[in-house]
Design a protein around this ligand. Structure first.
Ligand code: DAH
Length: 343
């Protein structure tokens, strides 16, 4: 019967169809499964089929419909899988992506330079705790409780423990080294310190210091001066330094050191407050009381110490006008330090 052959032909076409891409898949769907598909009208032909073959015709039509659905399902799945497996072709001759190099933090750059300069003079690096006890930070350094000099540094104490604090200066490392090592001692102690300061462009509650300590027989003020002069020359290219009398509880006599910065530009005048001189550190001969507190024989040994802020020097060196930039870790700021510095 002609109608049976027609349906069978459609069935054969469906089974033989090749669906190689999305367009063909869509075409197939519209033709066999869409609202105006070619199978639908075949059902209407049912009334022209003799009764005894109606069942057979119905089964044939359902089989056709079923194969269209199966074919569509399979093709659609295999196309999705193929898309997922598709790999970008690799061009083996293409040049490699540039690798981005990081840059050191300006504070590290300056710290490393300081360590290197003092290394040439035989100073070795010493480190100790940032959470310190009152004795190492103050008392050993001739600043007992209630000493007015404690007000020079606003201290963060550990909650409910008045004997523990965040070190206010790296001078605390001096006390540890003197307690544990025998002279000659020649150390620098770089590290982070904390003070309860209001944060502004000039001050922060955390910053870095480098402390220096030299204890041996017959160490004199002249040795101190020469050491600092060498440092100033290497670090700043300074031609002159000057020492002004000052006060620190742990040194006697004490001095503050200025380097000759010059007055050539407006910036020089601003930085040196119109004097040409720039203060860089505090220093002095270690007070014998400090040596004794730490068990060092004052008959035999004397020494000098100095301490300086690292951020201040980094800010001068790289012309940074806000100390907060050094603690915010904004990569746009940090990336700039691949370039060379002012001095
Ligand atoms: N500790 C002092 C401060 O934080 C700096 C200092 C001054 C350290 C004189 C010293 C020194 O060793 O002799 O302000």
């Amino acid at each position: 019967m002609l109608q049976f052959e027609k349906v069978q032909a459609i069935q054969d076409t469906i089974l033989a169809a090749t669906i190689g891409d999305k367009e063909q898949l869509e075409e197939f769907r519209v033709r066999y499964l869409g609202t105006k598909n070619t199978i639908k009208p075949l059902f209407a032909e049912m009334r022209n089929i003799p009764n005894e073959r109606k069942k057979e015709y119905g089964q044939l039509l359902n089989a056709v419909k079923q194969s269209a659905e199966t074919k569509f399902q399979e093709a659609s799945e295999s196309l999705t899988a193929a898309a997922a497996n598709e790999v970008e072709p690799i061009d083996l001759t293409a040049p490699s992506e540039p690798m981005e190099l990081g840059s050191r933090h300006p504070v590290s750059l300056v710290l490393n330079q300081m360590i290197e300069i003092f290394d040439r003079l035989g100073f070795v690096v010493a480190e100790d705790m940032e959470v310190e006890d009152d004795w190492h930070n103050f008392t050993a350094l001739n600043t007992p409780p209630d000493h007015p000099a404690r007000d020079m540094q606003d201290t963060y104490y550990i909650l409910n423990d008045p004997t523990r604090l965040l070190r206010t200066h790296t001078s605390s490392v001096q006390s540890h080294v003197m307690m544990t090592q025998k002279p000659p001692i020649r150390i620098i102690a770089p590290g982070r310190v904390y003070r309860n300061e209001t944060i502004s462009s000039r001050a922060h509650c955390q910053f870095h210091q480098v402390e220096g300590l030299y204890i041996a027989e017959k160490v004199s003020f002249a040795d101190l001066r020469q050491t600092i002069y060498y440092f100033a020359k290497e670090m700043f290219g300074a031609t002159k330094i000057r020492m002004r009398p000052s006060f620190f509880p742990f040194t006697e006599p004490s001095a503050e050191v200025d380097v000759w910065w010059g007055m050539e530009t407006e910036a020089d005048k601003r930085i040196t407050k119109g004097t040409g001189w720039l203060e860089i550190l505090g220093c002095g001969m270690v007070d014998p009381a400090v040596l004794e507190n730490c068990g060092i024989d004052t008959e035999k040994y004397s020494g000098f110490a100095f301490g300086m802020g690292v951020e201040r020097i980094a800010m001068l060196k790289y012309q940074i006008d806000d100390i907060r930039l050094l603690f915010e870790n904004d990569v746009r700021f940090l990336k700039q330090f691949k370039k060379t510095a002012v001095f």
